[in-house]
Ligand binder design. Structure first.
Ligand SMILES: Cc1cc2nc3c(=O)[nH]c(=O)nc-3n(C[C@H](O)[C@H](O)[C@H](O)COP(=O)(O)OP(=O)(O)OC[C@H]3O[C@@H](n4cnc5c(N)ncnc54)[C@H](O)[C@@H]3O)c2cc1C
Length: 783
């Protein structure tokens, strides 16, 4: 067929049809899609990922300086903080911790050394957050925010030289505390719909008349907002008098607003799930800033959404995934130990199969999340900003941490429910919904971003086709479309054959890396990647723009893509760590549960796909026998549970670099459990002897000479250590009711959620210090 015949008689009609069928992108969607870049996600989308390429990516590593920071200031900080005191007594970090955070530059991990920051790699930054998260969520969040989406990151990427030279050294020295205000009462997930606004006008700033912006806003939920000295503000800019150009509605713009400017009101504090990191609302009423406070200057006005998406493309892969990986590893460490020391029905609860089911899942989740965290950090350190990968990481890591934390809570029973300094899980449990909600709430991220954005961004041809369809020069558009479309057709046909061949042979002939015992897993992933690519093409072809509204279908595709990414990371971790035999059950667990989820999601897509003939075709090609994988076997699950209930190299690898308190600490719940665990393991041979002799009483065992008096002493010491470890706190009744006294005659809480951008007060501006919350008195000694 001649190329001009193909172009004119086949491509042109398809071009016209596709212009009607393909989703129209809004400006904000386009900017989100164009933000960042693609990485391993794009390989997965081809349907034929190159596994050798995956294994060749260099693993993330720390420099000596970064290691020293973790062993030095981070360890020291962990020893300084007491989560109970912070959350329930002080309702803030202690002053010395604030000073330490600033002095040691925890707020400047992403700021390059030339500005006085630490200039850390993404991996080092992630390791710091991970370790802090394993001892205090409020401290970790406080350290996390200035290094995440906010003034620092935005200035680095988009600031003018003058802005960088002025602000970055001040941020690095801790002289300025930044926060970032995007969310407002009326605009949460749909942040671009904000009504916070700025108008270009002339005004007076520091006694001089100048061109600038008059701002009015109402933001809420702003972390560090109550104590920030500089607010990164997102607002919609208008220029009705055309003072900076021809456009009247300029669009979302980002500026730095010193919080001591007239018109700025900092509200009272929010209390997010009883965590006391600084968070609250703020308002601006006719606040005037000069144009040079716009991040990037006049050149960047109206580009705020793109800047935000670009900053989020990297940052979203670090903060919350690190906290989540820490959460899962912490649960593995402490729950494995607790299940070993806690006995019911005269045996450690770790020996009950139903408990092992939870322990095994916690262990595998910890393995998977840390694998994905490390792989993603390695990509970021190589200079990638993979927006889809980081969205997957944020939502999947936080969701899976929730499962691990829930499992840990259930295994602990009452011990994890009763609050007090001895409770080491309650704080994490309460923190989970925060992680799920911030930086893109998980439901919307799963439904619209993981796949919706992924399909356009990572697909080898779709974005190019869409760009051709939107080309203003129609003939040029058809030429481009002709090239890309037919390459796409070839790709789809190849994937149809791949998907069919691999599915009908159970993946036996699918490509794989030469990876020893794990080779078979690569084959299965190759099989599912081909099926995914085919299913995506058929869905786009038949549903077109409607796929955007089919959120449940889209979310399931997102799940499959996420599983492909996360299980790739697990395979890479196993390989990078030298294919450790002891860790193999963890890898098997990750892979089997991933395959079961992938098959279940394909089944659900096929069962619910609105175009039935396409569903039948998909069923025939990719899942002729329906879902076959049943998930993790009981045997593998038991072996995973064993890893965290016994000391050993596999357990150490799983819980590496978490914070471990001094074993001598008597008021630290983690120290008590870790100590009792170590002692329990040590006396295991003595206990085994007693069990064989069928004697339970220690003194009776001595009398019968089953054990020696010295061994009896050890057993009694262990029993005491266990009693201390399983103890919970209690409070005098008046200690708990005394909190109410604080609010006598005074309104203790105030709704700050009215959907208005009007400032709450027209009074002269002053910045009140955050109101201290009434402290809960320290509890009495543990029972
Ligand atoms: C503790 C905390 C700290 C925060 N820190 C900051 C900060 O420093 N700066 C800042 O600007 N913001 C901050 N936020 C705001 C945070 O980013 C928002 O809470 C988040 O974007 C969700 O908005 P929302 O709470 O209004 O929920 P909503 O947008 O009302 O969403 C409610 C639910 O609807 C779902 N949903 C929404 N749209 C869709 C859709 N199209 N399809 C499917 N589901 C959908 C969401 O996933 C969510 O489950 C913080 C929030 C909290 C709780």
């Amino acid at each position: 067929m001649s190329s001009s015949f193909r172009r004119d008689w086949l491509t042109k009609p398809i071009f016209r049809l596709a212009q009607r069928a393909l989703p129209r992108l809004s400006d904000t969607e386009r900017e989100a899609i164009e933000a960042g870049d693609v990485w391993w996600d794009a390989d997965l989308f081809t349907g034929n990922p190159d596994w050798e390429k995956l294994l060749a990516f260099s693993p993330a590593r720390l420099s000596d300086e970064e290691k020293q920071f973790l062993d030095g200031p981070v360890e020291e900080l962990c020893r300084m903080v007491n989560d109970w005191r912070i959350n329930w007594e002080l309702h803030d970090l202690p002053p010395e911790v604030w000073e330490f955070l600033k002095a040691k530059k925890f707020f400047a991990m992403i700021i390059p050394k030339r500005y006085g920051g630490l200039g850390f790699s993404a991996y080092a930054h992630s390791e710091v957050i991970r370790k802090l998260s394993s001892c205090s969520i409020s401290t970790a969040v406080t350290a996390m925010v200035p290094n995440s989406l906010g003034p620092g990151e935005l200035l680095l990427q988009f600031g003018t030289t003058e802005q960088q030279d002025y602000w970055l050294p001040r941020l690095a020295r801790g002289e300025e505390i930044p926060c970032f205000g995007l969310t407002s009462p009326e605009a949460g997930s749909d942040a671009a719909s904000m009504i916070d606004n700025g108008v270009v006008c002339r005004g007076t700033f520091q006694g001089q008349e100048t061109l600038g912006i008059r701002l009015n806003w109402h933001k809420r939920y702003i972390t560090l907002g109550p104590i920030a000295t500089v607010l990164g503000l997102a607002f919609k800019l208008r220029d009705p008098d055309h003072l900076i150009g021809g456009r009247e509605d300029i669009g979302i713009t980002l500026a730095l607003v010193p919080t001591n400017l007239p018109g700025v009101s900092i509200g009272r504090r929010h209390l997010p799930a009883m965590h006391v990191f600084q968070n609250g609302p703020n308002w601006g009423h006719d606040v005037f800033i000069p144009m040079d406070h716009v991040i990037g200057g006049v050149a960047q006005v109206g580009k705020g959404w793109k800047m935000l998406m670009s900053a989020l493309a990297a940052g979203r892969g670090i903060s919350l995934p690190s906290l989540s990986a820490a959460g899962a590893a912490f649960c593995a460490n402490i729950t494995g130990a607790y299940a070993r020391i806690r006995e019911q029905f005269h045996v450690p609860i770790a020996q009950f199969e139903a408990i092992q089911e939870r322990l095994g899942r916690i262990a595998a989740t910890a393995y998977l999340l840390d694998a994905a965290r490390r792989m993603t950090c390695a990509a970021l350190d190589e200079g990638h900003h993979p927006a889809v990968v980081t969205a997957i990481m944020k939502s999947q890591a936080t969701d899976r941490m929730r499962i691990a934390v829930n499992d840990a809570m259930d295994v602990h029973g009452g011990k994890a429910i009763i609050e007090g300094p001895l409770n080491y899980l309650g704080s994490l449990y309460r923190g989970v919904p925060i992680a799920i909600t911030v930086e893109g709430a998980n439901i919307v991220t799963r439904a619209l971003i993981q796949f919706g954005q992924g399909a356009i961004r990572c697909h080898p041809y779709l974005l190019k086709e869409m760009q051709a369809l939107e080309e203003p020069d129609k003939e040029k558009g058809v030429d481009e479309f002709d090239k890309v479309l037919w390459a796409h057709v070839g790709h789809s046909l190849a994937n149809t054959m791949r998907a069919w061949g691999r599915a009908w042979t159970g993946g036996l002939i699918a490509p794989a890396a030469d990876a020893g015992a794990a080779t078979k897993f690569y084959r299965q992933l190759s099989r599912h990647a081909a099926a995914f690519a085919l299913a995506v093409d058929l869905s786009l072809l038949t549903l077109g723009g409607a796929l955007k509204r089919k959120e449940m279908i889209s979310a399931r595709f997102g799940d499959i893509l996420s599983e492909l990414y996360l299980s790739s990371a697990a395979l890479k971790r196993w390989n990078d760590e030298g294919r450790q035999g002891d860790d193999f059950p963890l890898l098997v667990s990750c892979m089997e549960s991933s395959f079961a989820t992938i098959e279940a999601r394909f089944d659900e897509i096929i069962a619910n796909f609105p175009v039935r003939p396409v569903a039948w075709l998909l069923r025939f090609i990719v899942q002729p026998l329906g879902p076959r994988r049943r998930g993790v076997s009981d045997r593998i699950n038991d072996r995973c549970a064993d890893i965290i209930t016994n000391p050993g190299a596999a357990r150490d690898r799983l819980t590496v670099d978490l914070y471990h308190p001094n074993p001598g600490e008597t008021e630290n719940g983690v120290a008590l459990v870790e100590r009792a665990f170590a002692m329990t393991v040590e006396v295991q041979p003595i206990r085994d002897r007693m069990r064989t002799a069928r004697v339970r009483d220690i003194d009776a065992a001595v009398t019968q000479r089953t054990i020696t008096a010295d061994e009896a002493g050890k057993l009694k010491a262990v029993a005491e250590a266990i009693a201390a470890a399983v103890a919970v706190n209690d409070f005098a009744p008046e200690e708990l009711t005394s909190r109410g006294k604080a609010s006598k005659g005074e309104k203790s809480s105030q709704a700050t959620s009215q959907a208005t951008s009007q400032p709450i007060s027209d009074q002269p501006v002053e910045l009140p210090p955050p109101e201290p919350l009434q402290a809960l008195p320290p509890p009495q000694a543990a029972e």
